[in-house]
Design a binder for this molecule. Structure first.
Ligand code: NAD
Ligand code: MLT
Length: 524
């Protein structure tokens, strides 16, 4: 078997490299590459590992013929086109917890450095001066710390801030007010944080929603003499606007670890005494780098060798308990999809998924993705990552229905696909094994494995005899058989599990019997 090839284009702690190599992967550490160069070399690799330095745009992703995982050793994903990766079916994963403490501590270090003028005072002393009056500082105790974004880093900053005797106000529309209050933090809206903060710090991702979140309008709302700390991403604060408001004196000082363009080169902010700056050092501690490298490398090995996927940002995240409950239904969903696709011809226009029973109490997004993978695996490069996008791209209508009662079953999954025709298949788990229990509303019990012969017929004598004779003459063994009818003498269905496949000639022969309308061979 060919070795998994991993390309590493930003510095990754040795421990991470070791984990990948010990798993039998071939690792190439080539240093930072331009998108053009990366697009040239990516085609041979199964995995790409980056930090914030390497940009991974659509043009690179499209050339990643073998690419399965893009791993980010850290949190921010603004350097990766996650949407393009999702469409290409590539898992994008990060290592989000590893640098939380370091980024929070760097934020606090910057806040203290700002409050006590430490960088300028340090330079002054080293220049032989003794300017005690010039560097009069500000206490943090009793001041209001405004936090935008109360995720992992924001929360840790809030904890330390409280320990310093600061009052914490925060804005995070994606976290419930109750959770925020339980952290001992006052809940306010964005305007409220801007108006109340003496120190204002940002811990949000950079995306379309947060780009230039802070500009002239927002600076106008702030207290005179506010201190700004940005240890999240350049681009969240409009740098030209910040420059203006520092010059006006409205902003007393700003500490920046991140810039819109990195390195910032001739950024005018760097010429101001009121600005202190570090070169994107939030996660630059031995501990954080060790954590993220180790965590990401292990996640990649687990995903490729054990199919356990953690911290993937473009796959539904399920807790252990839910995963345990729905595990069997994932494979059932895929089998129903494969089964159905062979019962309907032409493009599918609509999919209706009906879940019934206890299962409705769980997150079923992965079951849905598995059904889609089953339906389209023959015709598309489809996997669990891009399944939802593939359906959207094809313009297929998808509806989901949840019902408490599942007839005589604990749980039942029914998938109906439509174009000018309509076919439906229901499945459940019986003794933890997938079973097809309905086809177009006819009750059956078939094992979705190997070759299945589906005969649409009338409920008349002689059907089984005829099929048995045709197959027997050719030495084809029937492993099991099930019949379904709604009423005596009416339309019916016959499903046989065969030990081997049959060709068109055999199907035609079976169809010769007058009471058999059509026959399909399904392979799973
Ligand atoms: P996180 O996902 O745990 O937290 C981000 C929080 O921001 C979430 O709670 C989210 O609800 C909130 N949020 C999103 N949009 C918002 C908005 N418009 N307004 C208010 N809140 C919003 O991430 P984290 O681990 O805390 O990291 C935060 C960011 O810090 C990362 O995205 C990364 O860009 C940056 N970071 C920088 C460094 C560094 O070296 N300077 C290190 C680590 C992380
Ligand atoms: C991150 O988002 O994790 C940080 O920017 C840290 C880094 O990449 O070094």
């Amino acid at each position: 078997m060919e070795k998994i090839k991993v390309l590493v284009t930003d510095p990754l702690e040795e421990k991470g490299i070791e984990i990948l190599k010990n798993a039998g992967f071939k690792v190439d550490e080539v240093g930072k590459q331009s998108p053009e160069k990366l697009a040239e070399i990516i085609k041979d690799y199964d995995v790409l590992i980056v930090r914030s330095g390497t940009k991974v745009p659509k043009e690179v992703i499209e050339k990643g013929e073998k690419l399965k995982i893009i791993g980010r050793a850290g949190v921010g994903l603004d350097n990766i086109d996650v949407e393009a990766a999702t469409l290409a079916g590539i898992v994008v994963m990060n290592a989000p917890e590893g640098n939380t403490i370091s980024a929070a501590e760097h934020t606090i270090a910057l806040m203290m450095a700002l409050a006590r003028n430490i960088p300028s005072a340090n330079n002054s002393v080293k220049e032989g001066k003794w300017e005690r009056k010039k560097f009069m500082g500000t206490e943090l105790y009793g001041k209001t710390l405004g936090i935008i974004g109360l995720g992992r880093i924001g929360k840790r900053v809030a904890e330390i801030g409280k320990g310093l005797g600061m009052k914490i106000v925060a804005y995070d529309p994606y976290i419930s007010e109750e959770v925020i209050r339980n952290m001992g933090v006052a809940v306010v809206n964005l305007e409220g944080v801007l108006k109340q903060a003496d120190f204002l710090t940002f811990h949000i991702p950079l995306n379309d929603e947060t780009y230039h979140l802070i500009g002239d309008r927002e600076f106008e709302m702030m207290k005179d003499g506010v201190f700004i700390i940005n240890c999240a991403r350049g681009g969240i604060i409009d740098e030209e606007s910040l420059l203006r408001y520092i010059k006006k004196g409205k902003v007393k000082g700003a500490a920046l670890d991140v810039f819109e363009k990195e390195p910032p080169e001739k950024n005018l902010l760097l010429q101001l005494d009121q600005v202190i700056a570090t070169p994107h050092l939030g996660a630059s501690t031995k501990e954080a780098q060790m954590n993220v490298a180790q965590q990401l490398a292990q996640q990649i090995v687990d995903a490729l060798q054990k199919r356990i996927v953690k911290n993937a940002v473009n796959l539904p995240a399920l807790d252990e308990k839910s995963l345990e409950y729905i595990r069997g239904y994932l494979s059932l969903g895929e089998k129903i999809g494969i089964f159905l696709r062979q019962l309907i011809d032409g493009e599918i226009k609509e999919i209706v998924l009906e879940y019934s029973g206890e299962i409705i109490n769980y997150d079923l997004s992965l079951v849905r993705a598995n059904v889609i993978v089953g339906l389209f695996s023959e015709e598309e490069n489809v996997n669990l990552v891009n399944a939802p996008l593939i359906v959207k791209e094809k313009g297929i209508k998808l509806r989901e229905i949840r019902k408490e009662k599942a007839d005589e079953f604990t749980n039942l999954i029914t998938v109906e696909v439509k174009n000018s025709k309509k076919v439906s298949v229901s499945g459940t788990l019986i003794r933890e094994e997938p079973r097809i229990v309905k086809i177009d509303g006819f009750s059956v019990e078939a094992v979705p494995k190997g070759y299945l012969l589906i005969c649409y017929n009338e409920d008349k004598p002689g059907i089984m005899g005829h099929i048995g004779t045709v197959l027997g003459k050719r030495g084809i063994n029937i492993a099991s058989m099930t019949l379904g009818r709604k009423k005596k003498g009416g339309p019916a269905i016959t499903v046989l599990n065969l030990d081997q496949g049959i060709d068109k000639e055999v199907i035609n022969k079976i169809e010769e019997f007058p009471a058999i309308h059509s026959v399909r061979l399904v392979r799973i």
